[in-house]
Structure formats: C-alpha cells, structure tokens
Ligand binder design. Structure first.
Ligand code: NAP
Ligand code: SF4
Length: 683
C-alpha cells in the first residue's frame, strides 16, 4: 500500500509501535481527561460515542478519564467507579463502540484513586494531610485499609479486562493517592509504607504487582509517573528513575510522564506554556528505560509531535485537549490536511475551567466535544442561502458549520481580515495560539467555498435585495465609553489601539477595568523581551524551573526571574474583591502571578473621579489619590453592535443575532462560538 502525504511528512508519528504482545498502529494517544461524562446519568452512552469519534479520527490508542477502583477514591458522581459486574457491563459499551469504530485501535482505562483529593465523604490517604485543593482532611489508612486499596486496584484492573479494555493506565501522579505515598510532606508515616524513600515507593510498586497478577500477560499496563511534580520538596530525579525502573521490572509495559500536582504553582498546560516544554524531561527518563515512554503537555499539532519523536524524547505522544478540539486530528495529518485541524489553543476555558467548577467539559473551539449525541451537524436536504455579517469567532463558527452541513454561505466582514477579537488576543504574550484558530477558519473558508467579502459593509438594502433565506448578524461589539469628567483627554486611549500598536503608550500607565482584557493589556505592556510561551528557557526562568539539574520537583530552591518592561502600571477595578478573581479557575492564578512578578500595581476598591493634565484622580478605599500617568487605557467592557439586526428584524428576512452583538456583557469567545454552533446545527 502506498503511503499518504502525511505518512511522508510525519514518518515517525505514523510508524507502528511494537509491544511484546501487540502493536500500536501509530504514535498518537488520546490522553486521559476527566470530562464529567463519567458522572452524569447516561454518561457512559455519551462517552461511548465521544470515544468512538476519536477512534474513527485515527488515534492509535485512547486512555479514558480516571475511573476509581472504589467508593473512597472517586472524584464524585455515579459512573466514575469500576468495581462491580454491573459496572463492567456499562464499560463494555465504551470498549465495544471504540473497537467497532476503527481497525486496531486500543482503549485503556485509567485507574484513578484520588486519595486526599477525592470528592467523596470519606477520603483516605497515607496520612491525614489536607490537600490545598480538597474540601476535607482525609483519614490516614491503617494496614487493613491499605490492603483493601491494593485489592481494589487489582479488582478494578481485572474488571477492566472483563469489560474489553486493552489495558489500564494507573495514575501515580498529580497528588492523587499513589503520589501522596511517594512525597514526604504528604506521607508522614513511620511504618513500612512511609519514612525512607524505599518505604514511600512501596505502595505504588505493590499496586503494580497486584494489578499485573490480576490480568493477562497481553493486557497493557501503563503507569503515569510524576516525572517532574513541580512541588517544593517534591520527588527527586533519582526517585522518579528508581520508581520507573522498579515498576517496569514488576510488569509495567509503558511509562507515561506527568508534570504536575494540582497543588503546584507552575503552569504546565496553560496557553502561556511553550509547546512541548516538558518533553526533554521524558527524554531523559526514556534513555534509562527499556520500555516505551509517553510524553504530553502542550503538544497540539502534528509537527510538534513529530519533532518530539525526532528529538528522541518519547516513543508515544499523548494529546488530550487537542482531541477535544478536533476528533479528526490524526486523520487530517495523515491526509496532509493539517491546516484543517481545529487546534487546541490551551485556553482551558471550556475544558479544565469547567472540570474544576463541576461543569461538563467541552471545548471553546469545538462545542460538540462531549456533546456528540446532543449537538449534531447533519447534512441538509435542502440547502439554504445564508448571509453572515461579521467574521469574528461567532460569525466564523456559524459560517463553517452551516457550510459543512451543505448550506451556501456568504460571509461579509467590514474590516480587511477575519478573526475579530482573536486578532487582539493573538498579540498578547502567551496567547499566540489564538492565531491557529484564525488559520483554521481561513482554511475552512477556502475548503468549503464560503463566499467571503472583506472590507464590505453589509447594508439593510443589500441584505434584503439578495433573497437570503437566513441572515445572521454577528457584528460584535464596540468598547464601552465611560461617563467620566476628562474622558476626552488625549492621554486616554482604547485597548484596541493599544493592542494593535496604533498608539504609543508611555512609561506610566493606568488601566481602567481588570477583566480579561485589562489583564491582557497589562500583560502586553509589562512584558519585555521574548514571550515566555515562545522560548522554553525564558518560561523556565519565569516560573523557577530547572529542567537540567532537576532538583526536587524541578523547582526546589530555584528563584523565578523575569525581564520587566520599563513601565509603571496600575491595573484598577471598582469591585472590592481581589483583582483578577473573575478570570478562569485554572489559569487566573497564572496571570495574577505573572503580573505581580512584573510589579504591576493591582488595586481594587477604587472610585474614578476625573482625568486632567495631572493624571487620573480617584479614591482608593475612600482615600483620594492622583495617578500621574502618561496614558489611561480603558478596558471597561463592551457594548453590543446590533443596529443592523434591529433594522432587519422588522422586515421579512429571517434574521438571527449571535455573539457579542447579542450580549456584550457576556462577550466571551466560548459563549459566542457555542451559541453560533447551536444555531448552525438547526438552520
Ligand atoms: P469584562 O470582563 O466585563 O471586564 C470589564 C471590567 O471593567 C469589569 O470587570 C468592570 O470591573 C469594569 N467596568 C465595567 N463597567 C465600567 C464602568 N462603567 N466604569 C469603569 N469600569 C467599568 O470585560 P473585558 O475585560 O473587556 O472582557 C470581555 C470578555 O472577554 C470577558 O467575557 C472575558 O471572558 C473575555 N476575555 C477573557 C480573557 C481570559 O483571559 N480568559 C481575556 C480577554 C477577554 P469593575 O466595575 O469592578 O471595575
Ligand atoms: Fe483546548 Fe481551550 Fe478547547 Fe480546552 S477549551 S480543549 S484548552 S481549545
């Protein structure tokens, strides 16, 4: 059989991997990710469809979200456990769907015992040490309790085998039960299971031993090691290596590498993390082991995966979020259509931010993720003639999905480029990935023959005269203007002009409004030199990571350092809550730390009084102050641009309003794309 373009372009990625008893058809694994489907009524059926679509999309192996071996280790919810015969029958639906969906695709179930981080009433752990990210203090396991946990792991693995899984992945990282045994500060025991390293390692090794004994020889056992846990006084490099070698000698077939505890204060998957930043850590481990090794984190495109493999840093590449963003990523790469990949931009807004706040996971750029049975883009029998006004995220999403369904789409944009607010986002240091979404849409406009008119103002007369069946208004927003004495002063500038570089900004700057855009502007103005997301060394310095020497946790004793812009910046908000509390759960803290490191003054509880030649006059906690600044950047939210909709909706044309034009207070790409996708599905 002749090779495809993609197989020539990515020869390593598409090379099979032989295990002693089976072969993986390529090097791309869909990595484990808790979606929330595990925890809802009917979630197993939805998971079956969700994973089957990814299997069809070309991955070599899938690893499910974490499933607990017992009640006490669960993240909460009903479906996230595998311990009984009834649960085996449920899981069989997933394995059957995946195995039927594509040839030779493997699926392994991740066994996750959350330990101190469990969402159950009675969490257990090696010691009664409360996790910073947990609600309650766990009970310390006694000998009987430890024996029960070990048996439950073995039982769970055997049940997974009965359910038709090809293997299991045991998670031994992230602060969950196994890793809590290994780290001294969460294991305060002085019996055989605690104290010196050889005792702290005993529990995970025993788990592997019991699991291996409970399953067939040809059942894949993967273990996820805390390769660099990012914890002060976390695991040392030598301990990681000894753990890996020992569990391999006990029958682990594949080592997977993980780079964080949930407690850690280093971003490891946010968009500010450089692509493949941690692969070299996996590479060092790989050199010392004689089994295949998986790497992960911020590997979101085929060329990144191929480079990691070419560098010899891993045998297999795990992609979790990229498979939410585009189920067909692997097949698109194989057929040389990588420019059609809807790339994961690592924003976390619809995936991890949802997971950490108890909501169902989805994806900002692909709202169908985890909604496969609820949001279907069916081919239409009677194509319509659809006009879309505005080529921001909402208008673009609607156009692409409607065209994919078979409609004829005309997209009209008054500026000379598509992308809307994403053109601003991509300028911010650490948010460069947003340009991938614009690339995706540009390509899909070509592929789907969408009739794009740039630099064109869509008038009511034009739209009415063209006999469109549907008109979609996605005209977006305009920045809010403030009713403040002196707001017309030349020192006052809009965030759009600042981000696009249209106006120069002085050395002393006040930013009015500390929402997402205020943080973006502060980030842009406070950064000097290379963006950390574009350079692994700059990133490592900023977050105090030593990849080479690998002290305990990778971070112990390493002082973070940043290159600061020569600017005095004030980021202001009226609310009395801490500045930045409204940002995303999984990334807000990274933005706050990054600005603090750059000496940005974040001030809450302010009341703006006036602007004049002296600067910005305000009250801070009722005390008058004047900020003698050169510029004031207004980032105080937006107002909808919906005039065209108001004009048209009075006529006969079927007209819809979406995105920021629909609700500026909710101007948010996640909501805009979600709303557009849902409308496009029913047009
Ligand atoms: P925003 O989040 O609504 O924040 C604007 C801030 O301006 C408000 O938090 C408000 O805070 C202040 N404000 C509102 N009206 C004001 C007035 N009349 N006078 C003075 N201050 C006023 O809006 P945004 O920052 O423009 O962001 C827009 C959207 O983009 C958001 O939905 C956000 O999710 C999204 N976004 C997200 C990110 C991200 O990192 N995830 C980044 C960029 C944009 P106070 O009243 O307390 O001062
Ligand atoms: Fe990636 Fe953002 Fe989608 Fe999550 S929500 S999968 S981070 S693009």
């Amino acid at each position: 059989m002749s090779s495809t373009i993609g197989e020539h372009r990515y020869p390593l990625m598409f090379s099979p991997l032989k295990l002693p008893f089976t072969t993986l058809k390529n090097r791309i694994i869909m990595g484990s990710m808790h979606t929330g489907l595990e925890d809802v009524e009917g979630g197993i059926d939805r998971m079956a469809v969700f994973f089957a679509e990814r299997a069809k999309g070309g991955v070599g192996m899938i690893i499910t979200g974490g499933i607990s071996p017992n009640e006490e280790g669960g993240m909460g919810g009903s479906g996230s456990k595998l311990a009984t015969t009834e649960e085996v029958a449920q899981h069989r639906k997933i394995t059957t769907a995946v195995h039927n969906a594509a040839n030779n695709v493997k699926i392994c179930m991740q066994i996750l015992h959350a330990g101190a981080q469990a969402g159950t009433k009675s969490p257990v752990a090696p010691s009664a040490v409360k996790s910073r990210v947990a609600a309650s203090t766990p009970s310390a396991l006694d000998d009987l309790g430890i024996e029960k946990q070990l048996n439950d792991f073995a039982n769970c693995a055997a049940r997974a085998q009965d359910a038709g899984y090809d293997g299991v992945e045991i998670i031994g990282s992230a602060g969950y039960l196994l890793s809590a045994f290994m780290v001294a500060k969460t294991n305060l025991r002085n019996d055989n299971w605690g104290g010196v390293w050889s005792n702290r390692m005993r529990f995970p090794v025993e788990v592997v031993r019991r699991v291996r004994a409970a399953v067939r020889n040809d059942f894949i056992v993967i273990f996820r090691v805390p390769a660099m846990d990012m914890l002060e006084q976390g695991m040392s490099r030598e301990e990681v290596l000894e753990l890996a070698k020992t569990i391999v000698s006990e029958g682990v077939n594949i080592i997977s590498t993980h780079f964080t505890w949930h407690e850690a204060r280093v971003p490891t998957i946010a968009t500010m993390v450089p692509r493949a930043a941690f692969a070299s850590v996996t590479g060092r481990l790989k050199e010392a082991l004689n089994v295949p090794v998986i790497t992960s984190n911020r590997i979101n495109m085929p060329e990144v995966a191929e480079q990691v493999l070419r560098d010899g840093n891993a045998d297999l590449i795990s992609m979790a979020r990229p498979m939410l963003a585009d189920a067909e990523l692997v097949n698109k790469a194989r057929s040389g259509r990588e420019d059609e990949i809807n790339t994961c931009i690592a924003c976390n807004q619809a995936c991890l931010d949802h997971t950490f706040t108890g909501r169902m996971t989805s994806c900002l750029v692909n709202p169908r993720a985890c909604n496969e049975t609820l949001l279907e883009y069916k081919t239409v029998e009677q194509p319509k003639n659809i006009a879309v006004v505005g080529a921001g995220p909402a208008g673009l999403s609607l156009s692409v999905i409607a065209a994919q369904r078979g409609h004829k789409v005309t997209l009209i944009e008054q500026t000379e480029m598509i992308g809307g607010q994403f053109n601003l986002a991509k300028q911010i240091p650490g948010k460069e990935e947003f340009s991938e979404t614009i690339r995706y849409f540009n390509r899909m406009i070509e592929v789907l023959n969408i009739n794009l008119h740039l630099g064109t103002v869509a008038s009511k007369q034009y739209l009415q005269s063209m006999a469109f069946d549907e008109v979609i208004i996605a005209t977006g927003i305009k920045p809010r203007t403030l009713d403040l004495p002196g707001i017309e002063h030349p020192m006052v500038v809009s965030y759009i002009d600042v981000i696009t570089g249209k106006v120069p900004v002085g050395k002393r700057v006040a930013i009015i409004g500390a929402g997402g855009i205020g943080f973006d502007v502060a980030t842009l103005l406070a950064h000097a030199g290379t963006s950390p997301s574009q350079d692994i060394e700059v990133f490592a310095r900023e977050w105090g990571i030593d990849f080479d020497k690998h002290p305990r946790g990778g971070v112990t004793g390493v002082e973070p350092s940043v290159l600061k812009a020569d600017r005095e910046i004030y980021l202001l908000q009226r609310k009395s809550t801490p500045v930045g509390m409204g940002l995303g759960k999984s990334t807000g803290w990274t933005h706050r730390i990054a600005l603090r490191q750059r000496d940005v003054n974040m001030i809450n509880n302010v009341e703006y009084l006036k602007i004049d030649d002296e600067g910005l006059h305000l009250l801070v906690a009722d005390q008058p102050q004047t900020l003698a600044v050169d510029n004031i950047v207004v980032c105080a939210g937006q107002e909808s641009l919906r005039g065209l909709y108001d004009e048209l909706s009075k006529g006969d044309v079927s007209t819809h309003l979406i995105g920021g034009a629909y609700e500026a207070a909710e101007l948010d790409a996640k909501l805009a794309i979600d709303q557009a996708s849902r409308l496009a599905a029913v047009l």
